[in-house]
Design a protein around this ligand. Structure first.
Ligand SMILES: [Zn+2]
Length: 159
């Protein structure tokens, strides 16, 4: 393993709720349910759209509305718990953050995979420094096609 690789730390529902609390946001029932769903999605590295998340939550908790889901995810993005990836065609997908903010993204099926091993934050800060920048954070997105979308079978189908 690359010694620069940051250990993948998936925030638990409890960690997410504690982060919300520290930032001055109340612990509410919908936030609790959404945090629990996010912890599950993070554990299996599953990216999602708001619509997909809301439909999944609705099955067990019909009382949680789309707007609440949207606002909660927006809040989680602002707090750095969830990363938003916007594709060239405008599609937005979300990924439970592990702090690396480095992704491989498929421009065909919109799959998001964390870059592993990740680039050392020190290296990125050093590169930025060479242009006189003092960094406050970073995100790395590499665009292309995932193995499923670059298989010969699909290339035939696309013609
Ligand atoms: Zn793909």
């Amino acid at each position: 393993m690359n010694s620069n690789e940051k250990k993948r730390e998936i925030p638990s529902a409890r960690t997410m709720l504690e982060t919300l609390n520290r930032a001055g946001f109340r612990h509410t029932w919908p936030r609790q349910i959404i945090a629990e769903h996010l912890a599950y999605l993070g554990k299996y590295s599953i990216s999602f759209t708001i619509e997909e998340l809301w439909h999944a939550i609705c099955k067990a908790h019909p009382g949680i509305g789309r707007t609440t889901t949207f606002r909660t995810i927006d809040l989680f993005v602002k707090l750095g718990l969830v990363d938003r990836v916007v594709f060239a065609d405008g599609t937005e997908r979300y990924h439970v953050g592990t702090g690396t903010h480095q992704y491989l993204t498929c421009e065909v099926c919109h799959k998001i995979v964390e870059l592993s091993p990740s680039l050392a934050p020190d290296l990125l800060a050093c590169l930025a420094q060479q242009s006189g920048f003092i960094t406050s954070g970073h995100r790395v997105e590499i665009f292309g096609r995932c193995p499923d979308c670059s298989s010969p079978q699909l290339k035939c189908w696309e013609r």
